[in-house]
Design a protein around this ligand. Structure first.
Ligand code: MN
Length: 231
């Protein structure tokens, strides 16, 4: 089964709505889950992210999460679920086997969201209500970038910085370790910045902040974020 872009775009909203309108569980043979194709050529994000990094990141790291997930989920109740449901269901368990499934499912999900949110030939910027919310919350786009870098420093090792909503329902940038994501904790996932070293080390060595600034300044497709806000 192919995980479409729409599946990812609607995932946050579906999770948020689940408490009010529980979705029927449609059992079906979902495995093997298929890694979606990149929405651009490997070289298209250069020089912000090189073709070599995209090739490794998508072709080795992201692929490995799918491969491991397909192996681990075989013969388990997760085998009949779509990717988003595997993430949210496995997130509820502390069992070691479920944690392994969660780690790989979340990373499979995270990277689909990641590739989908970039546009070659940027930059572009939030507009309209989204721009107003970014300005109100972060004091402008520069403030948004600065806050993202600050939040990245709260994650000691591997992890992600996500644009989501806080308990007050306002925009919030939150850092999570490893593969944990907002969807796993019932929050929307509008934008995710991968801060694992594999995301930047080939191009930026230890200059993580420089990488984050460049990605947010030059690659984010805010039209995709707008779609995620509406879904
Ligand atoms: Mn990654």
């Amino acid at each position: 089964m192919d995980i479409t872009r729409r599946t990812i775009l609607t995932a946050g909203a579906a999770t948020a709505a689940a408490a009010i309108f529980p979705r029927p569980h449609v059992a079906r043979a979902a495995l093997p889950l298929t890694q979606p194709k990149l929405p651009f050529a490997e070289a298209d994000l250069a020089p912000v992210i090189s073709a070599k990094t995209v090739g490794l990141h998508y072709g080795k790291h992201h692929k490995a999460y799918y491969d491991k997930l397909n192996t681990l989920a075989a013969g388990t109740p997760y085998a009949d679920m779509e990717l988003t449901d595997i993430v949210t269901q496995s997130a509820k368990s502390k069992d070691a086997a479920d944690v392994k499934i969660f780690n790989n499912a979340a990373q499979a999900w995270n990277h689909v969201a990641y590739w989908d949110q970039f546009v070659p030939g940027g930059p572009n910027r939030p507009t309209g209500d989204l721009a107003a919310s970014v300005d109100e919350t972060f004091g402008g786009y520069d403030g948004f970038i600065k806050r993202a870098v600050d939040v990245s420093d709260t994650v000691f090792g591997t992890g992600w910085v996500w644009l989501t909503r806080g308990d007050d329902d306002r925009f919030a940038l939150i850092g999570y370790e490893d593969g944990k994501n907002p969807v796993a904790v019932g929050r929307p996932a509008y934008l995710g910045i991968d801060i694992w070293e594999h995301a930047y080390y080939v191009d930026y060595e230890n200059r993580k902040a420089e990488h984050i600034r460049a990605v947010l300044d030059k690659l984010v497709n805010w039209r995709v974020v707008e779609e995620r806000l509406k879904s």
